[in-house]
Design a protein around this ligand. Structure first.
Ligand code: SAM
Length: 204
């Protein structure tokens, strides 16, 4: 079991130090999370595949990191995946996976710049919560979906420990602005005994 960066990853930090953390982690990220059995990308990709049968429709992989999430989406059958990330070094690793149509850098708190109709779904896999993106990103992603578009995302145990995160999800579902199609608790990083919820939401 390896816990080099994982040991320090889950502290609260601002966008600049988040970018620095992931730039420093980029070269060893796949090995470290792989050794610890990183399961959430595969769980998210399979969940989305259940609700989005047309795999030719483009998907936006927000916070794509080194591309493990894109790889899982590709393995689940999705053909057209664009990636966005805060860290140029994570994006460089993602480029080597060869699974993305495009990869772009995004500033923290920047609005999404795609056009309506560009994406049938957005993925944010291992992205929102302590050590990565703030919960405000959740609204940005929901606002970036078309009516009927889907958001597949995860909250790990650290994210679930902060009630504000699931509360933000309920803000959308309670008023009928989105429908929760799927929620499942399961393995995230079994090597460090961390689990996650995987969700699929459909924008109403
Ligand atoms: C734990 S990694 C997950 C990467 C990938 N989705 C995966 O499953 O392996 C979190 C990623 O989110 C990115 N990130 C953190 N905050 C972000 C933000 N505000 N906007 C875009 N990406 C962000 C980080 O740079 C990092 O690559």
């Amino acid at each position: 079991m390896s816990d080099g960066f994982l040991k320090k990853a889950y502290g609260a930090r601002d966008a600049a130090s988040t970018r620095e953390l992931y730039n420093d982690w980029a070269a060893s990220y796949d090995a470290e999370v792989g050794t610890n059995g990183y399961a959430t990308p595969g769980r998210c990709a399979e969940a989305l595949a259940t609700y989005l049968p047309d795999k030719s429709l483009p998907i936006l992989d927000f916070g794509c990191g080194t591309g493990l999430s894109g790889l899982a989406l590709k393995l689940a059958g999705f053909e057209t995946i664009d990636g966005l990330d805060l860290s140029e070094d994570m994006l460089a690793q993602a480029r080597e996976k060869g699974v993305y149509r495009s990869l772009s850098l995004i500033r923290a708190n920047a609005p999404l710049s795609h056009n309506p109709g560009d994406y049938a779904a957005i993925a944010a896999i291992g992205v929102i919560g302590a050590g990565a993106a703030p919960i405000s990103v959740f609204d940005t992603l929901m606002n970036g979906l078309d009516k009927g578009g889907m958001l597949v995302f995860s909250f790990n145990d650290h994210a679930l420990a902060d009630p504000e995160n699931e509360r933000r999800l309920c803000d959308w579902t309670d008023c009928g602005a989105a429908h929760l199609l799927f929620r499942e608790y399961g393995d995230h990083l079994p090597g460090i005994d961390l689990k996650s919820n995987v969700y699929v939401l459909e924008k109403a």
